[in-house]
Design a protein around this ligand. Structure first.
Ligand code: DP6
Length: 349
């Protein structure tokens, strides 16, 4: 980040979405995770948000999404109200916010992660500018992550580049339920060439909102086992990342994706979000891996779309496989070509 904003009442950031490899599923208290999660940020799926503070009129929040006034403004108003206990200056201003996504709403990419990530970065920059504090410090990024978490849990993992971990884990003393930490050191170089082909099975609206979804874990029969499993999987995955072990990576990532769906299928009420084409894609990805010995795997969020993960060195073979065998099972042949990203960026106009 380069210096302070010239105008202390305006800030603009670009923030990526992220995809979890160990899934956050279930909350405790207010926006705290039931278990630790680990994700990486994407490069091409991002939100750009600008925040302008002013004192005109009496409307607290004017929120424009893709240039049009949007109903999401009321969620932001609640959010601002919530954080005003920590940032009293929030009460002194009205907010004009413009937001734009690089990906279509129906793309099946979690937009709350990049939206709240970008908004939190703007608010943190404004806070630091108003208080005359030096930005681009450890405290800055931690604060941005914490603010993002209050808006949407997974958003706290979007403010760093590469991989990050959210939630207390024995792996790092600095890990926290309040904010994510970046995995900056030791990750094997093979994982910096990670790619994500998002295979669109169904772009319809989500059958289960994330707040309803997380609540399903409150009384879940498998709650304790799920928490223990997430801790074990995060340990194993971290080891795979350090040692550059694609086999272990594949095993943990698929286990996590299917465990998330197993939790949904066995909750009360129960949700079956995978579609016949999701299953077809899963089977084909596994068959391709067995036949070619190329390390590919899938991960899935709370919906039917399949994220096919692979490594840069196999790009040609995997893209040919997607074209030849997978596109027939995607809605209108639609897929999104993405990869591990460099993290957020401060914008100057
Ligand atoms: C399945 O972060 O969308 O994508 O905190 O209620 O906004 P809220 O939930 P959200 O949940 C994401 C759940 C997930 C797994 C993950 O990203 O870790």
């Amino acid at each position: 980040m380069t210096g302070l904003a010239k105008h202390t009442h305006w800030s603009k950031w670009k923030c990526p979405s992220n995809i979890a490899l160990v899934k956050y599923w279930g909350k405790r208290d207010f926006q705290k995770p039931m278990n630790p999660s680990l994700s990486f940020v994407l490069q091409n799926a991002f939100t750009e948000t600008s925040v302008e503070l002013h004192k005109e009129g009496d409307q607290k929040v004017e929120f424009y999404f893709e240039g049009e006034i949007s109903a999401f403004g009321s969620r932001i108003e609640k959010y601002l109200d919530h954080i005003s206990t920590k940032f009293p200056w929030v009460n002194r201003y009205n907010f004009r916010i413009h937001s734009h996504n690089s990906f279509p709403h129906s793309a099946g990419i979690a937009s709350s992660a990049s939206s709240f990530g970008a908004l939190a970065l703007c608010l943190t920059e404004l806070d630091f500018a108003l208080l005359g504090k030096e930005p681009d410090t450890h405290e800055f990024w931690q604060k941005a992550s914490e603010l993002a978490r209050i808006g949407s849990g997974s958003a706290c993992r979007s403010v760093y580049s590469g991989f990050s971990i959210w939630g207390n884990t024995q792996l790092f003393e600095s890990s926290s339920d309040d904010h994510a930490i970046a995995l900056t050191e030791g990750v094997h170089r093979v994982f910096y060439g990670l790619r994500d082909a998002i295979l669109m099975v169904d772009s319809g609206t989500k059958e289960v909102s994330s707040s309803v979804g997380h609540k399903l874990m409150d009384e879940h029969f498998y709650q304790r086992s799920r928490i223990a499993q997430a801790h074990e999987n995060i340990n194993e995955l971290y080891l795979a990342l350090l040692t550059g072990d694609p086999e272990k990576f594949v095993a943990v990532v698929e286990n996590e994706a299917l465990s998330l769906h197993a939790m949904m299928m066995t909750s009360n009420p129960s949700f079956l979000l995978l579609k016949p084409n999701s299953l077809e894609l899963i089977n084909r990805i596994r068959r391709f891996r067995e036949k070619t010995q190329i390390p590919v795997c899938f991960t899935i969020d709370a919906g039917p779309n399949i994220h096919l993960l692979y490594f840069q060195e196999n790009e040609m073979d995997v893209k040919a496989f997607i074209e030849r065998e997978l596109l027939a099972f995607c809605e209108n042949g639609k897929w999104i070509d993405d990869q591990i990203g460099r993290g957020p960026e401060r914008l100057i106009n």
